[in-house]
Design a binder for this molecule. Structure first.
Ligand code: CA
Ligand code: CA
Ligand code: CA
Length: 238
């Protein structure tokens, strides 16, 4: 009886503290099985199954972002604005136009973002002036691959690919972020490249506050024991 009440108090304390401090860190529809619901898109973006010529990394569908074959694409300055980047983050890298998707996420320090990606290109000229690239963004641009990395033959409409790869990112600072994925034409607006994205996930990691909660819970439990122990002894004697 006594032990259970101490335990319940401890658990309640942990629950209260973790609930106050932690946010629910989640990417909704991160596998694109529900189209682009919960995502915002710009440029040429589609959700494709294996008939695209590449097997999705997770279940039946994957996001496909392309750099557009015509010259009416989303220019890089507009992409910077869309992804809430600083002016010049993409244009300074030679990016001319492209496509992107984004979702707002709220994370705790220690949460881990993981996703699968595959970069495809028709631009296998080996010319660094037209070195299209794919990236993901939080508050800055993180390049995933460029045309030199796409060394595997692709059976889609695009000639070369990197193949699906996994990426993992650890958040060191809690907060609300704009998570973006993009692909850009570099140097000119021609010769298509694509970024395939699938299985975007956030894995929560216990915070130090959880440990504090457990320790405080243990403290309360101990205090309760000290207070009620004599009464229990008395009850036992009766
Ligand atoms: Ca999927
Ligand atoms: Ca283009
Ligand atoms: Ca290009």
């Amino acid at each position: 009886m006594l032990k259970w009440s101490s335990l319940a108090l401890g658990i309640a304390t942990v629950f209260l503290i973790t609930n106050q401090e932690k946010v629910q860190a989640i990417v909704i529809n991160g596998s694109f099985e529900d189209g682009f619901n919960w995502w915002t898109t710009t440029g040429q973006t589609t959700v494709e199954d294996s008939s695209f010529g590449v097997e999705p990394a997770d279940i039946n569908y994957q996001a496909v972002l392309e750099t557009l074959q015509d010259e009416t694409g989303i220019n890089s300055s507009a992409l910077e604005e869309f992804l809430e980047l600083s002016s010049g983050d993409l244009t300074s890298l030679g990016a001319v136009e492209g496509s992107a998707i984004k979702q707002t996420i709220t994370v705790n320090a220690g949460d881990v973002l993981t996703f699968s990606w595959n970069f495809l290109t028709d631009d296998d000229s080996g010319d660094q002036n037209y070195n299209d690239f794919a990236f993901f963004s939080l508050s800055n641009v993180n390049q995933l691959a460029n045309t030199y990395d796409a060394t595997i033959l692709s059976f889609s409409d695009l000639a070369q690919q990197t193949g699906y790869q996994s990426y993992s990112y650890n958040f060191t600072t809690a907060g609300t972020y704009t998570l973006g994925f993009g692909v850009v034409d570099v140097g000119d607006t021609t010769v298509n490249s694509a970024l395939l994205v699938d299985n975007v996930k956030l894995t929560p990691v216990p915070e130090p506050t959880t440990m504090l909660g457990i320790l405080m819970g243990m403290g309360f439990g101990y205090a309760a024991k000290m207070r009620f122990s004599p009464q229990q002894k008395k009850a036992k004697l009766k």
